[in-house]
Design a protein around this ligand. Structure first.
Ligand SMILES: *[C@@H]1O[C@H](CO)[C@@H](O)[C@H](O)[C@H]1NC(C)=O
Ligand SMILES: *[C@@H]1O[C@H](CO)[C@@H](O)[C@H](O)[C@H]1NC(C)=O
Length: 369
């Protein structure tokens, strides 16, 4: 007996075998700034926040710049790997298609971006968090046109969400004195303004299906090399650190509230302030040798805006907490990721999805030497 394909479909339906159900993978959608950017700013050709230069990416893949603002992996890369989740490509990556999104998720993070639209204006081009959420809405429309609505809804509800912004709202806005936010607000009212904005943004994401979401806290940003050069002693800027502590306390409270009031929401806050502060104060306790200056540095001309081709690299990148004036090294990111995993107790999502290998922890030769 020969069956037509129509008869075959009817038989499959009668047998209860779904012919159109899309079996969704668990993927991640990442919203963030340069600490999580995996290449969006490479395609924002007028952006002044760009990591498309040697020696960014020297300990990642083929060692060429890949858009990450560090020598190796970001904190979100490492956490995703340990959860068994694929690494989402940059939204602006030309190879992004519906199938790639369904398999890997999307990363909207953009260097220079903040919670506030006005943050980082002098970088000319960057995606602020509202813009990133707009782009996510576009992604949802695309997926809904590819798979049926019910399957799409399930896909977005099962996905994991990371929101990691805030330091630029201080470093590249409030603390600069060049934006109106600097004089319109004081420390307390500026943090209230950030929290109101973040609450609105997280509610939008919840309305779009985000159920499992984590927000990363701010590290002691007054201790980044760029802030240290502001003082003659080279010490940390305590005022800046206090702002990070206040931001973290307020964000933690906000996330607790949202988690208990939004339907089916597991919204968590990952505070890493104390561990990073400990590493900066006692680097040798954690196997680091330097916690106050960038591994990639242009000699005595500091601060250089970014690591540049003419920069000299430190001898052993795994011994430096900071990669450039702003950003931690792969080794420091690993420590932060481990701390967040310990605190938030992540479970492996898909153990069959083997993590990508970590970059070599062996000291690699100085490319200048
Ligand atoms: C922020 O920018 C988005 C577009 O990215 C816009 O839709 C929104 O109205 C702006 N919000 C504020 C408060 O300016
Ligand atoms: C919450 O979860 C329950 C059970 O899975 C579901 O029936 C309900 O529609 C969900 N509500 C929202 C708003 O997601």
């Amino acid at each position: 007996m020969k069956l037509s394909s129509r008869q075959l479909i009817i038989i499959l339906i009668l047998l209860g075998i779904a012919t159109d159900g899309y079996h969704c993978k668990v993927v991640q959608f990442i919203f963030g700034d340069s600490l999580s950017d995996v290449g969006n700013n490479r395609y924002l050709t007028r952006s002044l926040a760009n990591a498309n230069l040697p020696w960014y990416g020297i300990d990642f893949g083929n060692g060429m710049p890949n858009g990450r603002f560090t020598n190796g992996r970001t904190v979100a890369d490492i956490i995703g790997d340990k959860m068994g989740l694929p690494r989402p490509p940059a939204f602006l990556d030309p190879s992004l298609t519906e199938d790639v999104i369904l398999e890997n998720g999307v990363n909207y993070a953009s260097g220079g971006g903040g919670i506030l639209n006005e943050t980082g204006g002098y970088f000319i081009q960057r995606f602020s968090l509202y813009k990133q959420i707009d782009l996510f809405r576009g992604t949802q429309d695309l997926i809904k046109s590819k798979i049926d609505n019910e399957a799409a809804e399930k896909f977005f509800q099962e996905a994991r969400y990371v929101v990691a912004l805030g330091s630029n709202d201080f470093i590249n806005n409030y603390l600069t004195g060049v934006y109106s936010d600097s004089w319109k607000y004081n420390d307390a009212t500026f943090i209230d303004y950030l929290m109101e904005t973040l609450e609105d943004q997280l509610k939008m994401l919840h309305g779009m299906g985000a159920r499992q979401l984590m927000v990363f806290g701010l590290a002691p940003m007054g201790c980044i090399p760029l802030q240290r050069v502001l003082s003659t002693s080279g010490g940390c800027q305590e005022k800046t650190n206090k702002l990070a502590v206040s931001f973290n306390a307020a964000a933690s409270k906000l996330l607790d509230k949202m988690s208990s009031t939004l339907a089916n929401a597991s919204y968590t806050f990952g505070d890493n302030y104390d561990v990073v502060n400990d590493v900066i104060t006692n680097p040798s306790k954690f196997g680091f040798e330097n916690s106050d200056s960038p591994c990639c540095s242009f000699g005595r001309i500091r601060p250089a805006l970014t690591c540049i081709p003419a920069s000299i690299l430190c001898k052993d990148r795994s011994k430096y907490v900071f990669w450039d004036e702003y950003h931690p090294s792969d080794a420091a990111n690993e420590l932060v990721a481990n701390e967040l995993i310990k605190k938030l107790g992540f479970l492996q999502v898909d153990p069959t999805n083997s993590p990508s290998p970590a970059p070599a922890s062996e000291p690699t030769p100085d490319p200048e030497g």
